[in-house]
Structures are given as C-alpha cells and as structure tokens.
Design a protein around this ligand. Sequence first.
Ligand code: MOS
Length: 740
Amino acid sequence: MSTAVGSSVSRKDGILKITGQARYAADHPIKDVAHAVALVSTIAHGRITRIDSAEAEKAPGFLAIIHHGNAPKLYRSTNDFMSATKPGEVRVVFEDDRVHYSGQYVAVVVAETLQQAQFAASLVKITYEAQPPVVGIEEGRNTLYDPAEFFGDKLAYKRGDAAAAYQAAAVKHEATYTTPPEHHNPMEPSASIAEWSGDELTLYETTQWVVGARNTVAEMLGMPQEKIHIVSPFIGGGFGCKGFIWPHSLLSAISAKKIGRPVKLNLTRKQMFSACGHRSETIQKVSLGANTEGRLNALLHDTTVYTSTIDEFVESCGATIKQIYSCPNVSIAHHAARLNIATPTPMRAPGENPGMYAFESAMDELAYKLKMDPVQLRIVNHADKNEHTNQPYSSKYLKECYQVAGEKFGWAKRNPEPRSMRDGKLLVGWGMATATYPGMRSPGAARVRILQDGSASVTSATQDMGGGTYTTMAQIVADVTGIPVEKISSDLGDSHMPPAPVSGGSMTTASVLPAVKKAAEEALKKLVDAAISDEKSPLHGKKQEEVTAANGRIFAKGSSPESGISYGKVLEGQKLAAVEGESSLHPGDERQKYAFHSFGAQFVEVKVDPEIAKVTVSRVASAFDVGRIINLKTARSQAYSGIIMGIGMTLMEHTIYDKRDGSIVNSNLADYAVPVNADIHSIDVSFIDKPDPYIDDQGIGARGVGEITVTGLAAALANAVYHATGRRIRELPITPNKLL
Ligand code: MOS
C-alpha cells in the first residue's frame, strides 16, 4: 500500500452533494409518479373498528387507499441476518385490525400530487377501540423477561463468582445509571419510490443495505429476488434506522401495483419517530469491587430495557462489558419489558454506547473512591486478552490511545478535586472514558474494470451513508493500479451489483475493501497477461514475475515505467474496451483464533456556568485504535460525527412518550434537541493507525470507524460535569434542571 491509502482524499461525492446533484431516494425524477401519504395509529393498543374513506375518495386527485381491509396478500419475511433478510418488524404491515403502538401504519392514501394526497388523507376517518397501553418500564414490570440473544450472542454471562467477590471487595461502588429513549434523526427522512415494469419492481430507497432490502422485500411480496431492484446511491445519514427493512418500502410497492403507476412515499419527520426504530430507554445497575490498588475483582452489570409487544430488539448494554477490562468475576444480565412502543432497532453502537456510558461513569466513581487517577485505574485493569472468549486480540493499542489523547488534552495538569478548576466565573471539568466497538467483517464482493482510456471503475452493492465508501473504494483501486483517484469512478448502492453486507456494525470498510483490492489485482493481472502475450508489446515474451505495474503502466522489473507500455495501449492492442476483475471474499478461521475489537480514549473538557447550569463542551481530545486508516479526512469526519452525537446524547437527546396514549410528545426537531454548530467547539481526533494484521487476508487491516467514536463520550462528558460541579448525574440527558 502506498499512495492513496492513508491520505486525506476529498470525498468523490462531495461536489455532487454540495451542488445538489446527488440524488437521494425521494429526488429520483420518475415520470408519472403519484404520491402516497401514510396514516398512522393515534392509539397505542387496541383495534381499528372502522376506516371511513368515503369523503377522501371524493377529494381531488384521489387514486387509492389501502389498509388492512383491502390490502393485497403480504408475507412474513424470514428474520435471518446471515441470509441477508432482516425486517425491522416481523409483523406484516396491514395484517389485521390490531394496533400495537402509537404511530403504527393503518392506511396509505395515494393521489396525483403530494398536497392532494395529504388532503385526502386528512379526510379519512379512523375509529378505534382502545385498550390501556403499557408505556414505560415501570408500568410494564410484570412483562419483564430475560431475552436470550443479541445476533447470536448470549446476553446472560458469568465467569467466576461476581456476587461473592463483590461482597468481599475492599473498595466497592454500586449505582444505577439510566439513558432515555433516543431517535436517530438522520438529516434525510426515509423515502421510497416504487416503479413496476410488468412483474419486476424497482425501489428507489434510502437504505443502509440494498441486498437486505431486496431479499426482505422479495419475501414479503412473495416474489423472486431477481425481480426486485433496489437503488440507493445516496443516503442522508442512517445511524441504524435505515439498516433493517421497514414497512414503508412495502407501502410504496403495493400502492404502485394497485394504481398501475409509480408511487413515491416520503416519511414525515414525525413519522420517523415511529416508522424505523429507535434506541430504548436503559436502566443499568453497575457494581464494582476492587482491591486497594484498584485491581477489579468483581464486576456486575444488570441492564433493563424495553422492546415491543410484537418483536424483539434488545439494547445489549452488557455485551462489551464482558471484555472491556481484566476481571476474574463477572456477571452480566439483561431484562426487557414488552411495551406498546414501536420496536427499537440498532442506533449507532447499539449496546456499547449506553453500556459504556453507565460502565465508564461507574469506573470514574470507583476512581474517586480509590483516590486514583481514572486513566491509571483503567491501565491497572487493562485486558491483555479478551477474557470472555479467551482469545488474544488481533491487535490492541488502547494504552497508546490513553497516552496520545491524554497528552493532547493536557490531562497531567488536572487537579482531581471537584470544583477546583475555574475559568473566570465558569467551573471547569475534565473527564475521560474508554471507547470500544467490535471489529466486524462479513462477506463482500466487488468488480473492478480498467478501461482503455486510462480510467477505472469499481462497483459493489455496498452503501455510502456519509462515511466515505465512494472515496475509499477508489483509493484502494488507485493503490493497486496507480491510476489516480480522480480517474476512478465508484458505483454502489444498487442491488444488481456484486453483493456486500449491511452498512452497519461498522463493517463496510473491513468487508468491502479487501474484495475491491483483490478484484483490482485480478483486473491488473489480466492486463499484464495481455501485455506479455501481445507480440507488438515491448514486454512480449516476459514472464508474469518479470514485470510489474505502477502509475498506469506495465514495465519490466528494475527498469523505468517509461520503458514499458500504458494500460490503455495494452487494451488497444487487444481491441478491448476494458479488463475486468471480480472478487468475493469472506472471513476465514481468523475469528476462531482472535478477538477483533477497536478501542479508544475520549477526554472531554466542560465549562459550566453555575448560575444557569449551562454546560459547554469546550474541548474534546480523542484517540482511536481502529486498525489502518484508509482516508484520514473521512475517518476524522466520522469521528467528529460520533463525538458530536455523543454530546447530543449526553446533554440534549430524550424522546418523551406520553404514558396515557403512547404518543411521542417531542417528535420533531424543534423539541427533540440535537447539537448545532454553536454547541460544538474544539474536537481533536487522533488515530493510532496500526493495521490489524488478521482482520482480512488482503493486507488492508482496517476495522471500521463508524460506531466506536460515539462510545465512551457520554461517560467522559458526565465525568467532566462531575469534576466541574461535584454533581454526579446518573440520568441522561444532563439538562440544566438536573444541575441547578
Ligand atoms: Mo449501525 S447502528 O450498526 O447502522
């Protein structure tokens, strides 16, 4: 790896985005498109007794209404991540008259224009027979159960005897921490345009998983996969709410079928709060027991969350706690209540993010009890291997992360005493925490073409939701072929392309780029073969191993590139437009040998105005070990976004359910606060940038950077607030009312 990889290449899709040419799902100009508006339930539990559409049907432009009474036959999709099907909810939309949560789809109205569809929808009268909903973990206590698994990982876990070790510990800390329900709120609301051509369906989607969308929609419509084409070239952020396949894709498909025309369905911001998942509330009791040197001997982590009444998604807060530090006695438990709330879904670092908030807050409290520096406490308890799986880590540079970020932050100058540091009348607080996320990888495939005009293209059915996939794919091809990044076109976001996994679990880079590299090498090899077999080529008769390729030319090893022949000339000699390489790769047995995890350190400075309890995050310094950095610019950008999301989570975000009817009180961006630029000050991100030697067999060595950057931030910030104010807030978000 030489030129492009590792450098700060600007986004290939940047110009398209800032000039408005990038086509998001709803932007595709489809001829003769009609507009759909979804109607959602206003009760959270009960039955639809009547849908009266008589007035709506007389409205101008009205074309159709579909609901449980007249819906075409739809099917349950399998729910198997490994076979690339994953409905956000296994319940079939419109399957019956029952209502399980507020915001559940009850009808879809189609009309000529959006305004006509909205007006017609407003005339539909729906009556319900409501039953009291269960909204809130306390209210749902009698429904609590212990969920078994999260994506095949057992949720309950024990090693040693944590309860006894806790009782016997010299220094103890026990507390309960809570995080509220939260919503992803990507800039781009989900949308779907359905266009039928005979028995074939094209869906213009906003999805983190074109292959999963194709497979899941195919099963739900009872169609062969080959008849479905998912197109999703640009995604305006996802953070998990576009990972699984949600019913709006079906609503556009059945509407278009019914009226015999393409149909566009846009979700409203309000509908985004019930239509595509969220993060559930979490209640986490953490018990830590240590000796007087701070060595952990007991660790108990007990999580209570909720899920819906019709499906199961559980925020797995304890999952990463099994491996985060060295400790012989560990007990992890998860409980879930079944509520009349829409099914939760992954939201940026599901489990790890709220889990590390609670756990790393507890570690800070323990450090105070021990009168020990919080960084030192973490170093003392560093896990040299994964004590859960009993495997060595493939690579781990967590201590370097503490050092690099701590030095940049100036941690050594911290006075640990709460309320001891000031900036004029402002209280200054410094806090830190560890970050972690697994290094996942799935099968991925790619196709690379080298063209006669000296350009190249790379194609994979992956996605770019802002992380930089368009750019990193081209960088890999540039490094293999020596063709400059500007002359390489990247194509993705289309289910007809070589298959790739969900852009979730931070696995796109590790899954797709090795296949891109192999495909580029295959294409180049064909070119070299042509160059040495062509009689007119200056390299005719040489052996494969005697020639090499760089900078768009093939030449004899040891001589100058100019002595050889350009890729274009080779292809010209063959009368070929292009050579093509394809590759499909999957993880091997390295996962039996090594544990793959990324780590990092987050250091946060807050300034608190004691009079109005206003918290400003004045500085963040973070360092992450995520293996090799493919593109410093887009990786940093990902880290900024994770850190900013963490600031929002800690200080602002909180979805409020009305317990009487299960509706969401703040389902809009005025009342559901997220950070804006004015909330964000200095953020300094470092990467250790050491390749993971085992994650792939193509020498890429990148573990992905999407999710780890949000983990630990909330704890570091809450710890800084404690240091500034002496107030330990164990209930997110830390709003001024809790600090006054
Ligand atoms: Mo992510 S929450 O795995 O899209």
